[in-house]
Design a protein around this ligand. Structure first.
Ligand code: GTP
Ligand code: MG
Length: 195
């Protein structure tokens, strides 16, 4: 259960981030996949992370403190909302600059415990997501995990759900709008960090 969540800070690059410390959960995925929305759904706080129907909304590395409780004890985590990849409506040089800051954070930030790779459940087999998954597998340290979560499950037909479950047996499907699967996703994140 999430008891409280609050915005801590934004950073444009690794050099400007908050000090290393609390275990971090980094939300990674294409622009518009629902990274900011799932942070709001998981913390049950609308508007905590800024979401928008226009891709490219999140442009900085945003840190949120999340206070969790499992009935016996409290735990603190940091959720990190990241800019999406694949956002085309900026100049090439700006894209490269973002990419550089993003990969620096992903590869050098010691505190990251979990990479939550968000995939749009309506497009579960995109080449770009395969590339991101392979990239993450290539850089994860032994103390880090990758969790795949499929977003916007409210848009799926039951037959689409079956296809995803067949291809990704451990798939976690969530909808940030209907909150379906959100408890399961929170539990998976919690167990991956503290389990
Ligand atoms: P960037 O910051 O641009 O990288 O995007 P993002 O990945 O943070 O996506 P964001 O959370 O801003 O959501 C993008 C759009 O998808 C918004 O219009 C959301 O309302 C919508 N959206 C997010 N999650 C869901 C969901 O579970 N179901 C539906 N139907 N729409 C969703
Ligand atoms: Mg965002």
């Amino acid at each position: 259960r999430v008891k409280d969540a609050s915005f801590i800070s934004s950073a444009s690059s690794l050099a400007n981030t908050t000090p290393e410390g609390l275990s971090e959960v980094a939300f990674i995925g294409r622009s518009n996949v629902g990274k900011s929305s799932i942070i709001n759904a998981l913390t049950n706080k609308k508007g905590l992370a800024k979401s928008s129907s226009t891709p490219g909304k999140t442009r900085l590395i945003n840190f949120f403190n999340v206070l969790l409780s499992d009935e016996e004890k409290d735990f603190t985590l940091q959720f990190v909302d990241l800019p999406g990849f694949g956002y085309a409506r900026v100049s090439h040089s700006m894209k490269e600059e973002w990419q550089k800051h993003l990969t620096q954070y992903i590869e050098r930030r010691i505190s990251i415990r979990v990479f939550v790779h968000l995939i749009d459940s309506r497009h579960p087999f995109l080449e770009s997501d395969k590339e991101v998954h392979a990239y993450l597998e290539g850089i994860v340290r032994p103390d880090q995990r990758i969790l795949r979560i499929f977003t916007k499950a409210d848009k799926l037909k039951q037959s689409d759900v079956s296809v995803i479950k067949k291809n990704y047996p451990d798939a976690i499907l969530v909808s940030s709008s209907s909150k379906k699967g959100i408890d399961r996703a929170l539990k998976a994140i919690f167990e991956t960090v503290f389990g």
